[in-house]
Design a protein. Sequence first.
Length: 171
Amino acid sequence: MGETERGVPARPATADREIVIPRVIDAPRELVFEAFTEVRHLSRWWGPEGFTTTTRAFEFRVGGEWSFVMRGPDGTDYQEWITWTEIVPPERIAMLHGEYRDDPNAFESILTFEPDGQATRIEMLTVFPTAELRDEAIEKHGAIEGGRQTLGNLAAYVAEIVRNVRTGAEG
């Protein structure tokens, strides 16, 4: 990010279309990254509280796709589709996320994983095609709280793996 003439950091051109959700997770970066790369992990934690995820297809590689259904606590099914656009283990994952392939309202998410001592600082940056779509995601779909809950579910899931490794239990 550059600076303006007065030395104030410049706002990115996409600021009015972004949601940024940070979280520190008490687990090593490699494990947190792995939780995003294998469907056996994703199906256990992906989504806000009360949601379940059923995968139809999954291929974790640039250009690969993840097709899945999220079922809400009220029984509503949400068709979801992701294609991976960048993968830099264990630092960064970028993806395009919509309801289906070529969805004109699909949004980009960039996940960064930074070591923070024995923990991992994860940041989920989501950029929507328009400010209106971002606002609708926040107001109608609770995108900020849903993102926080999703990262909370991830934190709980990897904490369970770490506990099981420490105690020798299977996870």
